[in-house]
Design a protein around this ligand. Structure first.
Ligand SMILES: *Cc1c(COP(=O)(O)O)cnc(C)c1O
Length: 353
């Protein structure tokens, strides 16, 4: 690749798009620079107009909501389900108003959002569903891959994701040829063209102000290689998660373990714990690296202060921020390491009681 000098938006990217279309069942996969860009371009291609509202769960990565702002819209926060980490369909119904046109479920950690209930509610309210499926490669709802349950979704290939590149990369998934055509153009300065043959009826002119969000071929090559062992990696993650569950079930101090909903993938293994920060420090002192993904809910982030929320507005999201802790989980982790982590957790709570 270095010798032939074709570094960006080349054949490897096209091959990766086909391979991902085969893996997910999407009619169209459009490779871009990151999962965040994929969200922004998908929202624009799905027809978001300036000032349109998009319902976003208050417990998520900040890009779920900032992508709405970057696409010209206004995020409207909703709470997450009491028992899981997906947006609560009842809360969506409460916060949606006149100007609300989209809802963005986020498939967080190891489960899909409650899609049956959410699709019902969004149909009733006339909202289009755009999925933040950045973490959800391999997750399927009744056989349909995440990202294809509404008008479209995204994937992130950030190095820590289930399918990770050696830098940034992302993709849009959709079955809609019009959305695919517009995303294809937007990632390349609004130039309709490279794959124009696949999208008949779309103009060949620069019709839209786009951005530069092309995927690097080196990332596509890495992802193509890793895609061949993705299902084996997912199975390994499930085995390690089962091991955690065996060791941690019933342990005092561990409030909640991840539920195994059908169709999920253990992208991460997130527990809810008493004295979460002290536990994380205890583990860190023993060489166990953990992660608190979202210590602050989106409605209390300084960048969304203008939306006028206060603490207490979304209690489930706020509780998740206080108690969730991601334990180490990656395919190369050994069962013995899982036991070591669980032993250290047991010691911590024994020491406190
Ligand atoms: C990783 C992630 C993103 C952003 O993806 P990048 O490739 O890092 O830009 C968006 N939403 C969620 C839920 C994510 O986990």
């Amino acid at each position: 690749m270095i010798e032939n000098g074709k570094y960006s938006h080349g054949h490897k990217v096209a091959r990766l798009e086909s391979a991902l279309a085969a893996y997910t069942g999407a009619r169209f996969v459009i490779g871009v620079n990151s999962g965040t860009d994929a969200l922004v371009l998908l929202l624009r291609a799905a027809g978001l107009r300036p000032g349109d509202e998009v319902v976003v769960p208050a417990f998520s990565f900040v890009a779920s909501a900032s992508s709405v702002v970057l696409a010209g819209g206004r995020p409207v926060f909703a709470d997450i389900e009491p028992g899981g980490y997906g947006v609560d369909p009842a809360s969506v119904a409460r916060v949606a108003g006149e100007r609300t046109r989209f809802v963005m479920p986020v498939h967080l950690f190891s489960q899909l959002a409650d899609m049956d209930a959410l699709l019902d509610v969004s149909r009733g309210l006339g909202l289009a569903v755009v999925e933040d499926s950045a973490e959800a490669i391999g997750m399927r709802h009744r056989g349909t891959h995440a990202g294809l349950l509404g008008v479209g979704g995204v994937l992130s290939f950030f190095p820590t994701k289930t399918l990770g590149a050696i830098g940034d990369a992302g993709a849009v998934l959709t079955d809609d040829p019009r959305i695919a055509g517009v995303v294809d153009a937007l990632r390349h300065h609004g130039r309709f063209g490279r794959t124009i043959d696949n999208f008949p009826g779309i103009s060949t002119e620069t019709g839209l102000p786009g951005i530069n969000s092309k995927m690097d071929d080196i990332q596509a090559a890495v992802l193509l290689a890793k895609l061949t062992r993705l299902d084996a990696d997912i199975a390994r993650r499930a085995r390690l998660a089962a091991r955690y569950a065996e060791s941690l079930t019933g342990l005092p101090g561990v409030r909640k373990l991840p539920e195994a909903r059908p169709g999920g993938v253990f992208y991460v293994y997130v527990i809810e714990a008493e004295a979460r920060d002290e536990l994380a420090a205890h583990l860190s002192a023993r060489g166990v690296q953990t992660e608190v993904y979202y210590p602050v809910p989106l409605h209390l982030q300084p960048c969304f202060r203008y939306l006028g929320h206060r603490s207490g507005d979304f209690p489930n999201a706020e509780a998740a921020c206080r108690h969730t802790l991601a334990l180490p989980l990656y395919p190369d982790l050994s069962e013995a390491d899982v036991e070591k982590v669980c032993g250290a957790i047991r010691d911590f709570y024994r020491g406190r009681s």
